[in-house]
Design a protein around this ligand. Structure first.
Ligand code: 8YV
Length: 322
């Protein structure tokens, strides 16, 4: 009997449990080497499949979507960010797009808190110091950092992750301020102060955390001019997308001390980040691990597979963007 299960292209390696379920439920094409497909390879491969499970490493531009629409019915991205997919174009050509909100909120907010604490208390620098063998005695001025409790945290983007970070920050006795496209209702604001003008948020942010999506409006938001609006010696945290920061400007501000420290999980053009960050002791750098816990990655994979299953069963996809 010929195989009738839908053909799903997995563009990257996914956790073994997720790939096993993919193979049980679908005719899956796995990417054993995890090599990132070129746009041409992506189109060619998509044309032989009914669905694609992807990551932000694959760009589904209008051009790509228009070429694959005859075969691919659904693009399920293992991410909450979807700037790599032209969603209006997908809608135009009738391709369903699903993503993975909610399940990664806590892990990503934890990572933002990690960045706040590590940047303020010189986490990575202390670790490097101990390992280097240079720690010969304790003294009163050893590795003094910046106090977190009582400080003002400015959050740019008060969506699910921004709000989860605000909850954590309140536990550290921080005063929460935010800017968002829309002011939140009081039950979601939980006492945080709304600033309609982002410049006002910057001016009060002892700690400034980027938690908004990358959109044409937010790309290079934190540039030299806006860095100047921060209080002197502020700390910058980014767990959203690298291109929201102007790296040249942030590197210069970290060098001069205008910005005291930064905690960064994401970078423009990652993994080829601006080389200026690499020799800065006051930059705490992570390799885009915001959602990287076993539990969260499993939940993200399960969300993608549930959406694929719903699509092929003719049911509405629970996390559809189109
Ligand atoms: C993931 C992310 O690391 O969800 C997102 O938008 O950036 C991260 O959670 C990445 O998407 C893995 O595919």
């Amino acid at each position: 009997m010929s195989e009738t299960r839908p053909r799903v292209l997995a563009t990257r390696r996914y956790p073994p449990e997720i790939e096993a379920r993919l193979e049980r439920e679908f005719q899956a094409t796995l990417n054993e080497t995890d090599r990132i497909l070129s746009p041409d390879e992506l189109v060619a491969s998509c044309r032989e499949h009914d669905a694609v499970l992807c990551c932000p490493s694959e760009r589904f531009s209008r051009e790509v979507l228009e070429q694959v629409t005859g075969s691919i019915g659904i693009v399920a991205t293992l991410s909450v960010g979807y700037e790599h997919i032209d969603v209006p174009a997908a809608r135009d050509v009738g391709i369903v797009v699903t993503y993975t909100p909610d399940v990664l909120t806590d892990a990503t907010a934890d990572t933002a808190m990690l960045c706040i604490l590590a940047a303020a208390r010189r986490g990575a620098e202390c670790d490097r110091f101990v390992r280097s063998g240079r720690w010969d005695r304790w003294h009163t001025m050893l590795m003094l950092g910046i106090h977190v409790s009582g400080k003002r945290l400015g959050i740019l983007g008060m969506g699910r992750i921004g709000r989860a970070l605000a909850r954590r920050a309140r536990g550290f006795d921080m005063e929460v301020h935010y800017h968002n496209r829309r002011r939140l209702p009081a039950d979601q604001e939980q006492g945080a102060t709304f600033h309609a003008d982002p410049a006002e948020l910057l001016a009060v942010s002892d700690f400034f955390s980027i938690n908004c999506p990358s959109t044409p409006e937010t790309v290079k938001f934190l540039d030299a001019e806006r860095i100047e609006m921060l209080p002197a010696g502020a700390i910058v945290v980014n767990t959203a997308r690298g291109n929201i920061v102007d790296d040249e400007a942030l590197v210069a501000a970290l060098r001069s001390g205008r910005v005291a420290a930064a905690g960064l999980d994401v970078f423009d053009n990652e993994p080829n980040l601006h080389p200026g960050y690499l020799d800065l002791e006051n930059a705490f750098l992570l390799p885009h691990v915001g959602s990287a816990t076993h539990e969260t990655r499993m939940a993200m994979g399960a969300t993608c597979l549930d959406n694929l299953a719903a699509f092929f069963a003719g049911r509405p996809c629970p996390q559809a963007l189109t």
